[in-house]
Design a protein around this ligand. Structure first.
Ligand SMILES: FC(F)c1nnc(N2CCN(c3ncnc4sc(CC(F)(F)F)cc34)CC2)s1
Length: 492
């Protein structure tokens, strides 16, 4: 049972990074499970003091002289903890849920308790992910609501309720074998929340948002990793709190050393980004952390996560290692092609749009202008790079195939032709457009050699040719959207 015990209280007041790390260390290595509410309130209190309520004006150069790490008093944290405990235990009558494992009704009830306390103000600001934000401002973001439900469940002794995380959404798992699922928060803008529903139907859509059944399922220790990973050191668009970033980095290394990041690719990516900003002596470099994130996704999630590749690609791009960056993006595209694009996948759409329409054109321009650096110029004569760009686009096309919503539009084609035309024609003649033998293909093998029907490979598993639906039972996106419109017009 979690609870605010004396052994927790003796860490207070917290006066610097190391005292916070000691509190987390004690919670992670101690006898019983870490107290999510206690840690989230504490971390949120520090983040608030270092980013929103900075004790000294940010322009004042005296900050260079005086440390501004906030003192976190026991009574501040204890008062908020008691407020949360009173709210949760006062609103959920556990005698109504006597069974050993949690029911959907109980999960929905806990979600309602968090949900009904929220203020109506807009929720995509920063620093709304912790219980400190919830208890002092009644505000939480999408992740924060899901995390709050799990922290409340822990307070109620419901140890089967755990956090499930995709790359852009969060929900909970529960029940005897931890395979029941429930929406507990909203997603995106203008989407009705589906709280209380199982996520099975959404997974069936093969959308990236639900990672096609390959989300990160947390235990209590990984829920601490999620809380730390979701911490946000940014003060403004241009400035980060050094102290908050350092604290987040040290806590992530603590979790890394206890192996609580090994199945959490995004947390490994976050740590890699922090190490790029401020390298820790004696620790692995960013690239090896990004590689660990990729390996974790391959090993634990059938290579269904995109972000490990875009973490590494973004890093290599910033280091002007363009050939390797483009290979990462081709690998990212090799992941997204396994999904169908649905309207709630905007976040990853924007990621691929930026790579295709900004980053790759910038590379092609940079190496054209910077002809002094022969290493870079060779890029436009390198059939491997050209092949990777084609693979990058091919994955996006396959992502679109069979999807209910189109992905590509003429803007994509303009940037595509710009980028490809910069390559030397002899180089373009050299490449072999062989199919990469990827073990987990979106189509089953016997569809690989399907008939071409108006440019689309559409076969059933009997080798016959289906109508416009493809092997995934979805209304496939036609090659020519205009044709669809004309056909629909005829039906009217
Ligand atoms: F691939 C690079 F471009 C990225 N750089 N930052 C990326 N982030 C930053 C951090 N981030 C995350 N980092 C740790 N855990 C989670 S769980 C989650 C989904 C939701 F917020 F719970 F809904 C998001 C997320 C989302 C992805 S990807």
């Amino acid at each position: 049972m979690a609870g605010f015990k004396d052994r927790d209280k003796r860490h207070f007041p917290l006066t610097d990074t190391s005292s916070v790390v000691k509190l987390f260390e004690d919670q992670l290595k101690g006898s019983n499970e870490p107290n999510l509410a206690l840690l989230s309130i504490t971390l949120g209190c520090i983040e608030n003091a270092l980013t929103l309520n900075r004790s000294v004006p940010s322009t004042d150069d005296s900050t260079l002289l005086r440390p501004i790490f906030p003192v976190v008093d026991l009574d501040t944290v204890e008062a908020l903890y008691t407020k949360f405990e009173t709210l949760v235990k006062g609103s959920v009558d556990l005698t109504k849920y006597p069974e050993e494992y949690s029911s959907r009704d109980l999960v929905k009830r806990i979600s309602d308790v968090i949900w009904s306390s929220l203020s109506r103000s807009f929720k995509d600001k920063a620093h709304l992910q912790s219980l400190y934000s919830f208890l002092t401002g009644n505000k939480l973001d999408c992740f924060g609501v899901a995390f709050g439900v799990v922290a409340a469940a822990q307070l109620l002794g419901r140890n089967d309720i755990h956090l499930a995380l995709s790359e852009d959404h969060a929900w909970v798992v529960f029940g005897e074998d931890g395979t029941d699922t429930a929406e507990v928060t909203w997603h995106g803008k203008g989407n009705e929340d589906k709280r209380g529903q199982s996520i099975a139907l959404s997974v069936a859509e093969k959308s990236w948002l639900y990672l096609n059944g390959q989300p990160v399922i947390c235990n209590r220790l990984m829920e601490v990793a999620a809380m730390v990973s979701a911490a946000n050191p940014s003060i403004s668009m241009t400035m980060d709190s050094i102290e908050m970033g350092a604290l987040q980095q040290e806590l992530l290394w603590l979790l890394y050393d206890e192996s609580h990041l090994s199945k959490y690719p995004m947390a490994l990516g976050n740590l890699g980004d922090l190490e790029e900003i401020s390298p820790t002596p004696g620790r692995p470099p960013p690239l090896s952390l990004f590689q660990e994130a990729i390996s974790s996704s391959v090993k634990n999630y059938a290579n269904h996560h995109v972000y490990p590749y875009t973490y590494m690609g973004g890093y290599l791009y910033r280091k002007r290692r363009y050939k390797e960056a483009i290979k990462c993006w081709a690998e990212a595209s090799n992941v997204i092609r396994k999904f169908n694009y649905t309207r709630e996948d905007e976040e990853i759409y924007k990621e691929f749009l930026e790579i295709a329409n900004e980053l790759i054109p910038n590379i092609v321009k940079a190496v054209t202008l910077n002809t002094l650096d022969h290493e870079q110029l060779n890029l436009l004569y390198d059939p491997v790079v050209y092949g990777d760009i084609l693979r990058f686009y091919d994955g996006i096309c396959e992502w679109e195939e069979g999807s209910s919503t189109p992905v590509l539009h003429v803007g994509w084609a303009q940037h595509l032709t710009f980028s490809l035309n910069k390559f030397d024609p002899r180089t373009r003649a050299k490449i072999d457009v062989g199919k990469d033998e990827d073990e987990e293909d979106k189509k089953s093998d016997d569809e690989e050699d399907g008939e071409e029907v108006d440019g689309k490979k559409v076969v059933d598993n009997k080798g016959g040719v289906q109508d416009s639906e493809n092997g995934k039972g979805k209304a496939a996106v036609q090659k020519d959207p205009l044709k669809v419109v004309v056909e629909e017009m005829k039906e009217v």
